[in-house]
Design a protein around this ligand. Structure first.
Ligand code: F3S
Length: 64
């Protein structure tokens, strides 16, 4: 099972993660991203990887 986490101290609110994987990420009222579920279902693993690669702040980490 893939696990995903966001380092809130790095997130600058680019929201590319939400664009790539809206089923996994959302942003709060201040534009900082958070994960909707730490454990990524297998069918969303590719989207999680794409989101991590798309984040210019490298705020998203995956554990596979
Ligand atoms: Fe933040 Fe990166 Fe997403 S900066 S909003 S985690 S694309």
């Amino acid at each position: 099972m893939t696990r995903v986490a966001i380092d809130g101290s790095k997130c600058q609110g680019h929201a590319r993660c939400v664009t790539r994987a809206p089923e996994l990420f959302d942003v709060d009222d201040e534009g900082i991203s958070f994960v909707l579920a730490e454990e990524v279902p297998p069918e969303h693993a590719d989207a999680a990887r794409q989101a991590a690669e798309a984040c210019p702040e490298r705020a998203i980490s995956l554990q596979e």
